[in-house]
Design a protein around this ligand. Sequence first.
Ligand code: HEC
Ligand code: HEC
Ligand code: HEC
Length: 358
Amino acid sequence: MDKRWPLMLAGSAAALAVVGLGAIWLGAIDVRASTGHWKITEWVLHGVMRASVKAAAGEAPQPLDPDLVAMGAGHFEQACLFCHGAPDTPRSALARAMLPPPPDLKEVVATWRDQDLFEIVQHGVRYSGMPAWPAKGRKDEVWAMVAFLRAYPDMTGDAYRRMATAPEVAGAVATGDRQPKADVLARCDACHAADKLADGSFVPQIQGQNQAYLAASLRAFLSGERESGMMRVAVNGLAPEELDQLAAHYATLARAPSPGPDRPAPTLSEAGRMLAERGDASRDIPACNSCHGAGSGNPLFPRLDGLSQATIATRLHLFQDKEAQPGGTPYRELMRKAARKLEERDIKALSAYYGSGQ
Ligand code: HEC
Ligand code: HEC
Ligand code: HEC
């Protein structure tokens, strides 16, 4: 046999590649969306997407808390409905003209496992318009979206609307220049209204929280300094002065007790009370109330009463995570330090103590 055949083969492959690239360069590949994909292209692209998602997906999660569904709905309304439609809203004509068109999720959710949905919502789908989650370090928020997507196929239009929006805005809504606009308040109340707060949801109660803390947090969400995909979308397009008006509005509303159980497991919450009031010097854990109690006098230290168990636990986990950016005030390093030595059982005890209708 001719000993030069490998060389010849390589030569022809190179020539083919040059011809191929030349053809692409000259415009042989049609990228016009108006002509649509051929069925085979569509099948291949979607097949590639399915295989890639399934290969990348991680472990199945713990069972997802049903209280996460409503916060997922609030975000879906702001960030996903435009492309995917909702039970009572058909997909926009603009979205249906995209290539590939965003599917009606009611029909496809059942074909994916939880961890696949997580993968799609976390990373988005390249070359399709499906965006990645706007905050890299917030897996907890992405799981809340998965909880929502799981419940979505069985949701009626009414049930969806009740969850995803606030029919009535609580508190005075004035029309003056210095008050937040009613449509913006409605957007916030879709997640933060008093009757939406729940033990297993980590949407914090903002009614009656210190005004300076609310204002600093909102500005930090806008700049991206405090990382949250849900809040990033919620404050998108608002001016800093509007954020200050929102802080002033919510700070004047009455604070409700935590949405948790009135009587938590007594040993757990007693352990929580000890840490809150005295800390544990032997383990280098400060007394939480030295900063969070009424006496600290610093309005940038948030009050913790009235928060849900899930909020307390989520925030403590974030402050412990070196990769996360959980703080929105200049004092956030103090909180990181306070959280550093907490163990999982301490976090459970503190959530039970602060998150129990006290
Ligand atoms: C700009 C338009 C757009 C927005 C906004 C958008 N998506 Fe998508 N989404 C798409 C497109 C396009 C696809 C199809 C990708 C494909 O098939 O390759 C898709 C696919 C998906 C899929 C996989 C469904 C399947 O079987 O193909 C899920 C799940 C999903 N999106 C959820 C969401 C969620 C949740 C949000 C909001 C956080 C969202 N999307 C926001 C355009 C969008
Ligand atoms: C999709 C649901 C959703 C919407 C809509 C939403 N929020 Fe939030 N908000 C959250 C979540 C979740 C957090 C917790 C973020 C975190 O873990 O850092 C949060 C946190 C906050 C905080 C920080 C409170 C604290 O105790 O640390 C403020 C202030 C806030 N939101 C105000 C608003 C305002 C004002 C609006 C309207 C412009 C709004 N939110 C709209 C879900 C939402
Ligand atoms: C030295 C002061 C200090 C101590 C001690 C402290 N914290 Fe904090 N904590 C802060 C500050 C400041 C923030 C606000 C951080 C930011 O957003 O920039 C905060 C925020 C929080 C939040 C978030 C509240 C919300 O509305 O989202 C929780 C929960 C919390 N702390 C719990 C605790 C617990 C539990 C302890 C006791 C183990 C503790 N803290 C001890 C200063 C402190």
